[in-house]
Design a protein around this ligand. Structure first.
Ligand SMILES: [Zn+2]
Length: 231
C-alpha cells in the first residue's frame, strides 16, 4: 500500500539546493525557471506563491500558470499539470496529495505560520475544495531547521505553549521544534501519522542547502519546492 507522496508515479515533487542557486522571486526568478524546467515544469504551468509568513491559502488553476500569487503562503489545485512553487530556507514546505480526489497542495510553515495555525487554515480550504476524506491524504515535508539549531525568544515561545514539548529550555535558550508542532497540527486535523513523511535533513547542518539561521545572508538565499500532478 502506498504511504509516501513520493511513491505516486503521477506526482512530480522536489526541493532545490545551493547548487541550483537562490530561488528568491526578486533576483532568483531566472534560476527558478531554469531549475523547474530541468524537472519538467514549464514556465506557463507554474504558479508561484508570494510568501508573507501569513495564513492565506489560494486555490489556483491553469489560468494562473506563470503568475505570482501575492501575500499567499499556501496553494491548492485540483487540476493536473499545474505546478505549485514556493520558497523556504529553514521553514517547512508541506506538500499534500489526495489520492482519491487527485488534488495537490503546498504550504509554507515557519514559526509565524505555525503559531497562526496555518495547518488548520490550509486543511479548512482543502476539505472545502476537494471534499477529501482525510484518510486519502498524503503529506511530505521538506528539509527544515531541526530543534537543535533553532532557538527563539521567550516572548515568541508563548505562542507554542499549547503544543506539548514544542519548546525545550536548554542552556543556550529556548529551542523550538517546528517539525513537532507541524506534526501535532497535522494529526489534529486528521492526517494519518502513517501518511506523513519528513525529509530529516536539517537546513542548518546540510551545507548543500541554504539556511537563513546559519548564513544570515544580506540578500535572501532560498530553496524552491515544487509539486505537480501530471496527466
Ligand atoms: Zn540541525
Amino acid at each position: 500500500m502506498m504511504s509516501r507522496l513520493s511513491d505516486v508515479p503521477s506526482i512530480s515533487h522536489g526541493f532545490s539546493g545551493v547548487a541550483d542557486g537562490t530561488m528568491v522571486l526578486n533576483g532568483g526568478f531566472a534560476n527558478r525557471k531554469k531549475y523547474l524546467a530541468v524537472h519538467g515544469l514549464q514556465p506557463n504551468q507554474i504558479v508561484h506563491a508570494g510568501l508573507c509568513h501569513g495564513t492565506n491559502i489560494a486555490v489556483v488553476t491553469t489560468s494562473e500558470g506563470g503568475k505570482i500569487i501575492p501575500e499567499t503562503d499556501g496553494l491548492i489545485t485540483t487540476e493536473a499539470n499545474v505546478g505549485l512553487a514556493m520558497t523556504a530556507a529553514d521553514c517547512l514546505l508541506i506538500s499534500v496529495y489526495d489520492s482519491e480526489q487527485k488534488a495537490v497542495g503546498m504550504f509554507h510553515a515557519g514559526r509565524r505560520g505555525l503559531a497562526s495555525e496555518i495547518v488548520t487554515r490550509f486543511f479548512d480550504v482543502w476539505k472545502n475544495v476537494c471534499l477529501c476524506n482525510m484518510h486519502d491524504c498524503y503529506v511530505s515535508i521538506s528539509p527544515s531547521i531541526c530543534v537543535d539549531h533553532y532557538t527563539i525568544s521567550d516572548s515568541d515561545a508563548q505562542a507554542f505553549m499549547k503544543w506539548p514539548d514544542a519548546c525545550q529550555k536548554r542552556d543556550d535558550g529556548i529551542h523550538l521544534d517546528l517539525r513537532s508542532v507541524a506534526q501535532q497540527q497535522l494529526l489534529s486535523v486528521g492526517v494519518s501519522n502513517d501518511n506523513i513523511t519528513f525529509d530529516q535533513r536539517c537546513t542548518f547542518e546540510e551545507r548543500t542547502l541554504f539556511s537563513y539561521r546559519r548564513d544570515h545572508p544580506i540578500t535572501s538565499q532560498l530553496q524552491v519546492g515544487y509539486l505537480m500532478r501530471r496527466e
